[in-house]
Design a protein. Structure first.
Length: 75
């Protein structure tokens, strides 16, 4: 992991602090999460933020073995 110094305006920092509390994350975790969603939203403008969050959640569940890949040939 790379450490960088980032300057944020007060309004953005307050918003990230609130996001951190809501999601039980520390400030850095909230910033990483928001940046990941933002970058994915830029790369995939056809998706809503909620769809992106759902995909991230499903990916995490797959990595933990809680769900398996869908075999579309079986449909």
């Amino acid at each position: 992991m790379v450490r960088k110094t980032v300057i944020l305006d007060d309004k953005l920092a307050d918003g990230l602090s609130l996001l951190a509390k809501k999601d039980s994350r520390d400030f850095s975790g909230a910033l990483r999460h928001a940046a990941r969603i933002g970058l994915l939203a830029i790369e995939n403008p056809e998706l809503t933020v909620q769809e992106i969050k759902d995909i991230i959640e499903a990916d995490a569940e797959f990595e933990q073995g809680r769900i398996s890949r869908l075999d579309v040939r079986s449909l």
